[in-house]
Design a protein around this ligand. Structure first.
Ligand code: UD2
Length: 332
């Protein structure tokens, strides 16, 4: 039985990973400082995991957490482009210093492999689609910079200390339990909960921006594959985790109208600073090296997500803030 440490376990991705690791019969330890994660995401599994409330920046706590661990799935982050634009120092601490702290602890504890939640945002405004891992990154937001620098630390720890690392560049992951309640929440979680309540969503910009929206189950599968894929194919590497298809926000809104029965129109607001226009992945490398293949496509993922929010007695209220004035793009 292997032991996994999941950082950010109380978040939407971390808690989904915890369920999957338990389901394959392995042990789960998790750390979270509960700044954005929620204990209720762990309600149904709380008796089966070793949960430690701790901050990723606390080296002693990370050393304790890494003791006896085989695999680390590092998800802890402040996951928001606009929040990083507003507070780049906080972003740097959580999303970069946090990664370095964890890597030091994992190295010293002799962890077998660390898998990192990297981000499609590192491609930034590179004009070429689809995005391939061998393209030079062009990060726009501080969030993307911290995610990219974290990738470099991951690879550096492999090359300098022999710690096995794998970076998974997530492309806009969505699904059940994603928190819609902050102005920085992922767009689909916000739109779904707003539309289920009959509230009008706001599209920032013209709605033609597109994303390779990826259902959570695909990201979970990628993490489990990354722990066991042959070292010669994956360690020190970065991999796009996505579906290989993109949808623009206007289309996503229309699909959600159909699925939710919402009859209104979206409002349009100013474009968001730091935003990337188009995002679409080439997933060839992940297919070849990890054996990854997306099993749930966009619309099916939306249905499953909607089902979850509908079945959830109290649909969390989406943030009603339609724009974040301090950080709205100056050229919008
Ligand atoms: C970025 C990364 C993603 C992940 C995420 C973590 C890219 C392409 N993707 O997601 O992989 O790391 O950061 O947070 O960089 N929007 C609206 N109305 C709203 C909310 C958002 O129109 O109420 C727009 C927003 O301006 C953007 C799109 O929806 O154009 C997606 O925004 P998001 O915050 O869901 O995710 P994004 O792309 O910043």
């Amino acid at each position: 039985m292997a032991k996994y440490l999941i950082t950010g376990i109380a978040g939407f991705i971390g808690s989904s990973l915890a369920r999957a690791v338990l389901a394959q019969g392995d042990q789960v330890r998790g750390v979270d400082n509960l700044s954005t994660g929620k204990l209720e995401n762990l309600d149904d599994i709380s008796g089966r995991i070793d949960f430690q409330r701790a901050d990723i920046l606390d080296l002693a706590a990370m050393q304790t957490a890494c003791r006896g661990v085989d695999y680390v799935l590092h998800q802890a982050a402040v996951p928001s482009v606009p929040r990083s634009v507003l507070d780049p120092m906080e972003n740097n601490r959580s999303n970069l210093d946090g990664t370095l702290t964890l890597l030091l602890a994992a190295r010293d504890a002799g962890v077998k492999r660390v898998v990192f939640a990297a981000s499609s945002s590192v491609y930034g405004d590179t004009p070429v689609l689809p995005k391939r891992e061998d393209m030079p990154p062009r990060p726009v937001s501080p969030y993307a910079v911290a995610k990219l620098a974290s990738e470099y630390y991951m690879t550096s720890f492999y090359r300098c200390y022999g710690l096995e690392t794998v970076c998974l560049r997530y492309f806009n992951i969505f699904g059940p339990r994603q928190d819609p309640s902050s102005p920085y929440s992922g767009v689909l979680a916000k739109f779904i909960t707003q539309m289920l309540r009959g509230e009008t969503p706001t599209i920032f910009g013209d709605g033609k921006q597109s994303r390779d929206f990826t259902y959570i189950e695909n990201a979970v599968a990628a993490n489990l594959l990354a722990c066991h894929a042959p070292a010669n194919l994956v360690v020190g590497g970065v991999f796009n985790i996505a579906t290989g298809k993109r949808t623009d926000l206007n289309e996503a809104f229309q699909i959600l109208k159909r699925l939710t029965g919402f009859s209104g129109n979206a409002e349009y607001g100013p474009e968001r600073a730091g935003d990337v226009k188009h995002s679409l992945a080439d997933i060839t490398r992940a297919r070849e090296c990890l054996g990854y293949a997306p099993t749930v496509q966009f619309e099916e993922g939306l249905r499953l997500t909607l089902e979850w929010y509908r079945g959830n007695a109290s649909i969390p209220k989406a943030s009603q803030t339609s724009k974040i004035p301090e950080i709205v793009s100056s050229n919008s």
